[in-house]
Design a protein around this ligand. Structure first.
Ligand code: SF4
Length: 679
């Protein structure tokens, strides 16, 4: 049997994989990079390469469970539907919430969104992508009028200067880094890293700008002020394609917040290289001012005309394999479906398309607010799909308390025992990578297929199918009677006609009649093409917007004087439910480390290799100490992956507060207030 072409399960680079199954019994699979896939041209990183080690059935949830006993699908689905129906009848549709995941395929997202927003009638559908890139979405919406990434990976091959903002690219998006290294070899491309930490990426950069946490807005404003002073603002482009908030130019401060010599170097590089890309990632997004950071970056590119041209633009790089697909179908609380909002005409069109009896009246609760509502008893039925919020949301102590209070928690997952699953009243076995069929969208808007390699294990079902089965039990089966994933995709593609009719870029109507065979053979393609905004911006005026953004006041706190950052390790991903299964991946960093500047370590009495406890207003956790001058003085950093390292310690998401960006609702994982003490 030849190799099956599919897509990696991990990050938003979305690498193509050629997977050769060596035998159906032992689920052995040989993984290589797919040379034909435009995202990676055959390259893979360590996580993708070792995917084959994570597809075993040990620890899998293979049958529906009601509390601790196995149940039939019939009984479990009946129980879910009964509880949901009773909840709606007694407390209204907004007492129901669905918390989804960038792990889901687009077809799964589409089905869940349709069920909640069209049939239950609640806007309470949000996703762990809120934790990853919601600020970039909000920034694009404010600047361009639609959530459209204006760049493509081809730009990585043709740029002269790359600013990596809040991105440890060499570790977190390794194939993008490999591609940039090649471009650097070929064209002499300069690489600048804007990051408070001297990461592995920063060590290989031409310039590391050790910006203060949340200092990016000041930096990009000052950079633009400097370009204006040098007459490098593109007045012609501005006049034709851009409008500015009142007071925009007057407010632009030259105060960069970084040492003058470094700022001068940065400005000189930027002035000399108009073909400039800015890649921004979680370090920018996971902030209480993440949307403003995204707009400071897009402002710079719009004002200098460094957008919609080869090798130039503001490029958000997503963390999850299908955060983008969720954005497209509308699996976020602040959008209805397919880039549509909640205006009367949009709701009416969606109701007609879905033949939906009960389209929700407005936006629902975003992730952090959703769990607050669970805690307060406003949400009484919570369905969590393919994610582990008891480990990944900020202030997990509060989240666990919320889950323990919720009258009905349903968890669809592939793993039997997760921290979140322990709170579930009903667990439903889902298909995992290598078993499910559907589509994902990567950071450059490229849609590609995930294809099944193995038959469904045990009684596991596709997430879209589980949603459809519950819908049928609720009496809505006719609208969810898809025979296969291709039918769900076809319906979604057809629905983008509503976006197209409103002049939006999202448009998959060419696939509105796709056959099952065509879907099976679907080659990777980008919606919107290479330069989706080159023909104009999807705003009422047709112009993009310079959004006035001002730097936040520096956060200080006498009780918790240090700034706490959370980061990712090269070989781990999210809460390790998958990468933790690979012995090879666990060797790189076997335990979570607390990174501390030498001066802070001395002041706190911490020694390299000893143990230190990080304390915040939300919680405390213990780590092995790593003294490092790659940390700025006054700042510490811990990894986000572990749930239960060192006997329950090392669970970093206990520590951040529930403060969120007021526009995007994204939590500020990267700039908390903390103190450290020896153990
Ligand atoms: Fe998978 Fe991301 Fe690595 Fe590509 S870069 S192989 S998508 S984890």
């Amino acid at each position: 049997m030849g190799a099956t072409r599919t897509t990696c399960a991990y990050c938003g680079v979305g690498c193509g994989i050629a997977a050769e199954v060596s035998g159906n019994d032992d689920r052995g699979v040989v993984i290589t990079g797919d040379r034909m896939h435009p995202a990676n041209h055959g390259r893979l990183c360590s996580k993708g390469t070792h995917l084959g080690e994570t597809v075993g059935l040990e620890g899998r949830l293979l049958a529906p469970m009601i509390a601790e006993r196995e149940a039939s699908w019939d009984e479990a689905l009946g129980r879910v539907a009964d509880r949901m129906r009773a909840c709606i009848a007694e407390h209204g549709p907004d007492s129901v919430a669905l918390y989804l995941s960038g792990q889901l395929l687009t077809e799964d997202y589409y089905a869940a969104n349709k069920l909640a927003k069209g049939y239950v009638g609640t806007g309470n559908v949000d996703t762990n992508s809120r934790l990853c890139m919601a600020s970039a979405v909000a920034a694009y919406n404010r600047a361009f009028g639609e959530d459209v990434v204006p760049c493509s990976y081809e730009d990585l091959d043709a740029t002269d200067l790359v600013l990596l903002v809040g991105s440890n690219t060499a570790w977190c998006h390794p194939v993008i880094w490999q591609r940039l290294e090649k471009t650097r070899e070929r064209r002499g491309t300069k690489i600048v890293v804007v990051d408070p930490r001297r990461t592995e990426t920063a060590e290989q950069a031409d310039l590391h700008v050790a910006v203060a946490p949340d200092g990016d807005v000041a930096l990009f404003n000052a950079l633009l002020a400097d370009m204006k002073r040098r007459s490098l603002v593109d007045e012609e482009y501005l006049a034709a394609h851009v409008e500015a908030d009142a007071g925009f130019w007057e407010d632009l401060s030259p105060e960069s917040g970084i040492p003058d010599a470094v700022f001068r170097k940065l400005c000189d590089l930027v002035a000399a290289h108009p073909r400039m890309l800015t890649l921004f990632s979680q370090g920018a997004n996971q902030s209480v001012c993440g949307t403003d950071k995204g707009n400071a970056i897009t402002n710079f590119h719009l004002a200098t005309g460094r957008i919609n041209r080869i090798g130039a633009g503001p490029f958000s790089i997503t963390g999850q394999p299908n955060a983008m697909g969720g954005r497209e179908v509308g699996g976020l609380a602040n959008m209805l479906a397919c880039h549509l909002g909640f205006a009367e005409d949009e709701r009416a069109d969606v109701a007609e398309f879905w033949k939906a009896p009960n389209v929700c009246s407005g936006p629902g609760l975003k992730a952090v607010e959703m769990f607050r509502a669970v805690h307060e008893g406003r949400i009484k039925f919570l369905w969590v799909m393919a994610t582990n919020p008891a480990v990944s949301l900020p202030d997990t102590g509060f989240v666990r308390e919320a889950l323990s209070r919720c009258p009905t928690v349903v968890v669809s997952d592939i793993i039997a025992d997760t921290d979140t699953g322990r709170f579930a009243h009903i667990r439903l076995p889902a298909l995992g990578w290598g078993e499910k069929d559907g589509t994902v969208t990567n950071s450059e808007r490229c849609i590609s297929r995930q294809r099944a390699l193995f038959p469904p294990p045990g009684e596991a079902r596709a997430d879209w199918k589980i949603v459809a089965d519950v819908a049928a039990r609720m009496g809505w089966g006719e609208s969810f009677a898809w025979p296969d994933a291709a039918s769900v995709y076809r319906e979604y593609a057809s629905m983008t006609s509503l976006a197209k009719a409103r002049g939006k870029v999202l448009n998959l109507t060419a696939h509105a009649d796709i056959t099952a065979a065509e879907y099976e053979a679907l080659e990777p393609f980008k919606w919107g093409g290479e330069r989706p905004l080159a023909g104009g911006y999807p705003t009422p005026s047709g112009k993009a917007r310079l959004v006035r953004v001002t730097p936040p006041a520096p956060a200080t706190n006498a009780e918790f004087p240090l700034r706490l950052n959370t980061a990712r390790y090269r070989d781990q991903w999210h809460t390790m439910t998958r990468t933790g299964l690979s012995p090879a991946l666990s060797q790189h960093r076997p335990e979570p480390l607390l990174e501390v500047h030498p001066a802070d370590a001395r002041a706190a009495g911490l020694v390299d290799g000893g143990l230190g406890r990080v304390e915040t207003a939300s919680g405390a956790s213990v780590y092995r100490v790593r003294v490092s001058d790659g940390q700025r003085c006054g700042e510490v950093c811990v990894p986000m992956h572990w749930a239960d390292a060192m006997a329950g310690e090392g669970r970093s998401n206990r520590l951040p507060s529930r403060a969120v960006d007021p526009v995007s609702g994204q939590p500020g994982y990267k700039n908390g207030a903390a103190r450290v003490v020896p153990v």
